[in-house]
Design a protein around this ligand. Structure first.
Ligand code: GLN
Length: 491
């Protein structure tokens, strides 16, 4: 029986393509067939680039035939969150305001992936402008959780997570401002990593909250994370916040185990609000690491309870500044019948932006307005400094910090849409890390009684992606946790 390449890891695809065991075109065609078969159930993509993907794959095959170097991602078919600029197709941020936007340039990470031989399958659905935790805020459609089509895939990188779990791409890129890679990875059952702020260039990432945003991969396993990170990390002079640091070869950081590693377990993350099933699986995951030679210590992150409030002041303030550019003049949707400039702004923005984006712009503008700036924005910046200090102090006692990724598994469509605060609280365990700036990974650690995936989060010191990758890899190998693949009958 011939191999089903849509179930293979990026690593295995790369090896097979490079060695000539399979043509890149064959692998890409397998993914396109898979998308054709299951996409009407999962709805992960905003756009699928059939012809273009096949052309990219054939170009890889042609290079191999010529004996040319094809790069470490040769023939690996991937999907990109629809806020990462690509010269192919559109970059819509799942918003009406950018419904027809075609980027004249590639994001830096896209340039790099291209140079490494990756094949682009298309653009993935998301919450509009990355604001949300369920992908229900997309202006295009609702992506479904491959493990249960009645549940959300998480968000905002919901399409990125669902496409990986449904085997509709080998890996994807997402972005994480307050949890948007790790939370959907946890809810949809794949591995998601937010790199340290500054590790990956934000050039060509449509900005939501510039002091928090990072691009990162969603993959089928931890080794693929290392492979994908190698491709996208590194200094970029076009992003002044990108760090001028050497990037280690992350694939060489996986082995070595956790003997002698100290894992901090923050007591503030194991309180009320944490579901019993999630707690049980995370405790079992900690036991696997203890059995593998790691030591665990209780640590405290005392300002955790302020994180959600601080985040929603800082991210909305930054968003209100960043989204001002979508004014219907330079680019973006312009209402066709406005009579004067004021009406043009009002009509274009109120039709172009969905309700959650409008809410954030208003909250952020308010937090920055004269008279309220000190009480909200400045105060939030001060508390952010305290949250960072919590992490610095905790890391005096430990090498990595382990927690649940989310309080509960995936929820049903509509369950939290009437109450924004309840939706915001789904990110309670992921947000602090963005305020601190360090890296974090979510790996699957089991399934609920209903079969929904549960995520285990490992956070690290700034620029120590190597430690979280090694811990996650050890966990994955030792635990043997393999989620039962979602049954998606081809239709
Ligand atoms: N869910 C959070 C929010 O709505 C985080 C989003 C993100 O990380 N992009 O802002």
């Amino acid at each position: 029986m011939s191999q089903d390449w849509t179930r293979a890891t990026a690593y295995d695809i790369r090896e097979a393509v490079k060695s000539g065991a399979v043509r890149a075109e064959t692998v890409t065609q397998a993914y396109l067939d898979r998308i054709a078969a299951v996409e009407n159930q999962v709805l992960a993509y905003n756009e699928v680039w059939n012809d273009h993907a096949l052309a990219m794959a054939r170009a890889v095959d042609a290079k191999i035939a010529q004996g040319e170097d094809v790069g470490p991602l040769a023939g690996v078919p991937i999907g990109l969150k629809d806020l990462i600029c690509t010269t192919e197709g559109r970059t819509t941020c799942s918003s009406k305001i950018l419904a027809n936007y075609q980027s004249p340039f590639d994001a830096t990470c896209v340039e790099r992936l291209r140079a490494q031989g990756a094949v682009f399958l298309g653009k993935l659905n998301m919450d509009e402008f990355a604001m949300g935790s369920s992908t229900e805020n997309s202006a295009t459609h609702q992506t479904r959780n491959p493990f249960n089509l009645e549940c959300v895939p998480g968000g905002s990188s919901g399409g990125s997570a669902a496409s990986v779990s449904a085997n509709e791409c080998a890996f994807s890129l997402g972005s994480d401002t307050g949890g948007s890679i790790r939370q959907p990875a946890a809810l949809s059952g794949c591995v998601g990593l937010k790199p340290t702020y500054g590790r990956v260039s934000r050039w060509g990432l449509v900005a939501f909250a510039s002091s928090l945003d990072q691009i990162g991969p969603l993959t089928k396993d931890v080794r693929d994370q290392a492979l994908a990170l190698n491709a996208i990390c590194g200094h970029d002079p076009r992003d002044s916040t990108s760090a001028p640091l050497e990037v280690p070869d992350f694939t060489a950081c996986l082995e070595g185990g956790v003997e002698g590693l100290t894992i901090g377990v923050p007591k503030e993350y194991f309180t009320e609000g944490l579901g019993d099933e999630v707690r049980g699986k995370v405790e079992a995951a900690l036991n696997v690491l203890r059995d593998s030679g790691a030591k665990t210590v209780e640590v405290s992150l005392p300002h955790t309870s302020y994180a959600v409030a601080v985040y929603y002041i800082i991210c909305t303030a930054e968003a209100s500044a960043n989204l001002a550019r979508f004014d219907g003049v330079r680019y973006g949707y312009r209402h066709p019948e406005a009579k004067d400039m004021r009406e043009m702004y009002v009509l274009s923005k109120s039709e172009g932006f969905g309700p959650e984006v409008q809410r954030r712009i208003m909250l952020g503008t308010y937090a920055l307005s004269s008279g309220y700036y000190d009480a909200y924005y400045l105060k939030a910046q001060k508390v952010r400094a305290l949250i960072k200090r919590d992490f610095d102090r905790a890391y005096e006692q430990c090498d990595v910090i382990a927690t649940p990724t989310t309080p509960t598994p995936a929820f049903k469509f509509g369950a939290k849409t009437d109450n924004p605060l309840e939706m915001y609280l789904n990110d309670i365990y992921t947000i602090s890390l963005n305020l601190y700036g360090g890296p974090g990974i979510s790996v699957p650690c089991g399934q609920s009684a209903d079969g929904l995936p549960i995520g285990f989060q490992i956070m690290g010191k700034v620029f120590d992606e190597a430690a979280i990758l090694r811990t996650a890899y050890t966990y994955e190998q030792r635990s043997g946790v393999k989620l039962a693949a979602p049954e998606l009958a081809a239709s």
